[in-house]
Design a protein around this ligand. Structure first.
Ligand SMILES: [Fe+2]
Length: 468
């Protein structure tokens, strides 16, 4: 038997190619299916099955692209909302090829239809050797129960599902659906990519909590705000199979202006942060290009139904970015601005600036006394406020701003300092609030709230601070 893990570093997703006897199944394929096709070619395999653990909320499945490329049958759990052609799998089903037996285990919680796939390798011996756990048991964590269901239902169901997985035995390998950095768990999730039942039993205190409601309360404590794009992604994953990936092309300034004016196109600015502060296209999304989180950061700032135009330092990155945006359901990537920002500026089109301040300068400003006309807005998640907040700051999460849950009119006529943990979310918040008409923003960069004590600024309990 051959088992290969494929990691999506941008989203923190893990997927698996399981093969035996010349046939392969792919569990929870990512949108970028090329790694599976390469593995299949390399090992002389036919990909005949795609196995979904659930309707994903954080990434667009590659099931449509993979079925189109290979003719594979898609298997989706009973009770999923799948409307595409598929075969249903349910608890107790066994999928057999070569010496592989893949056992379907109902493991609701993250979603009601969720199943895990127990992998038996008869070439070695009987019994489940590894569990592709999807969004149930993760390395260092368990999946969040609040993305698609009421956590009061999802939490206890997840508790019972985890107990079922722990019963598989300590020797069983855990092949999770996500790794650290994914929005489908908490900060407890490890950057390690596999584990065993025994190690997780020993190292995860949450797994020894026997009372389902205590388990749920402890689980919910560390969770980040629900991202705005999950409903769109779930709908995409349930709907018609989709195999097309946008091919971005160079766009002239006239094309770009036309797309903005007549089609409501969004500009996604992937240049580095300093360049964006210095000058940017008003209303553009701020997504400095790094190796991770391009899809999630863009989907926080851009309506996925609108066309997208990229602003890049290097046009050679356009296809990779388009794939990452397709992975979160942003499909209509038209192209990139030919000539980059210089072309925009040379055309005499409007330009905006964002003032930024390093967190150490900001600490100095706080120590000197925050000016009366400056309001500090902390855009970390509620679960992070507990670690301490700056006295007098307004608390609202980036997700809340993105979902329109923050009344920006209160900020009219005042200067606004945006702060988070590292500076990244503050930059995204500045882009969103600029679009909402807020002016005079100051982006606290190069660090955030938890750096302040080391810079001579004491933090307060969140209860002492007015919530915005
Ligand atoms: Fe999920």
């Amino acid at each position: 038997m051959l088992v290969r893990q494929v990691i999506n570093e941008d989203l923190g997703c893990a997927s698996y190619l399981v093969a035996c006897g010349g046939e392969a199944a792919v569990i929870d394929p990512q949108y970028e299916i090329e790694p599976y096709l390469e593995l299949a070619a390399l090992h002389g395999l036919r990909i005949t099955r795609v196995l979904e653990t659930h309707d994903h909320a954080d990434h667009v499945s590659g099931h449509g692209r993979l079925a189109d490329a290979t003719g594979a049958t898609i298997h989706a759990p009973a009770g999923s909302g799948a409307t595409y052609p598929h075969e249903t799998v349910a608890d107790g089903d066994v999928i057999a090829f070569g010496n592989a037996r893949i056992h379907v285990l109902a493991t609701p919680g993250h979603r009601p239809e969720h199943v895990a796939y127990g992998i038996e390798d008869l070439g070695r011996g009987e019994g489940i050797a590894a569990i592709a756990s999807g969004d149930s048991l993760l390395v260092g964590d368990v999946a969040r129960p609040d993305l698609a269901v009421d956590p009061g239902e999802g939490g206890p169901a997840l508790h019972d599902s985890i107990a079922r997985l722990l019963d598989l035995g300590d020797h069983v390998e855990v092949l999770p659906g996500h790794i650290g950095g994914s929005l489908c768990g908490s900060d407890r999730m490890s950057g390690r990519t596999t584990s065993t039942i025994g190690y997780e039993r020993r190292m995860q205190p949450l797994l020894s909590v026997t009372d389902p409601s205590t388990f749920t309360d402890e689980l919910l404590e560390g969770l980040k705000a629900r991202p705005p794009h999950v409903d769109h992604v779930v709908a995409r994953n349930r709907g018609a199979l989709h195999a097309h990936v946008a091919t971005p092309v160079p766009l002239s300034i006239d094309d770009v202006v036309g797309l903005i004016r007549s089609d409501g196109a969004a500009i996604v600015d992937l240049r580095d942060e300093d360049a964006q502060h210095d000058a940017h296209i008003p209303g553009s999304a701020s997504v400095p290009m790094t190796e991770t989180g391009i899809g999630t950061r863009t989907s926080t700032q851009v309506d996925p139904r609108r066309p997208v135009v990229l602003l890049l330092d290097d046009a050679a990155d356009a296809e990779r970015v388009a794939m990452r945006l397709g992975s979160v359901g942003i499909d209509d990537v038209r192209g990139w601005i030919d000539g980059g920002f210089a072309a925009w500026r040379e055309a005499g089109l409007p330009v905006a600036r964002t003032r930024s301040m390093h967190v150490s300068e900001f600490a100095q400003l706080v120590r000197d006394g925050i000016p009366d006309d400056l309001v500090v807005v902390d855009v970390r998640d509620p679960s992070e406020w507990r670690q301490g907040v700056l006295g007098g700051s307004q608390l609202t999460s980036l997700a809340s701003i993105a979902a329109g849950g923050f009344d920006a009119s209160e900020l009219a006529g005042r200067r606004v300092a945006l702060i988070c943990l590292s500076g990244s979310r503050a930059g995204q918040a500045a882009a969103l609030l600029e679009r909402a008409g807020v002016t005079g923003m100051l982006h606290v960069a190069g660090g955030g709230v938890l750096d302040l004590p080391g810079l001579g600024v004491a933090l307060a309990e969140p209860a002492a601070v007015a919530r915005a």
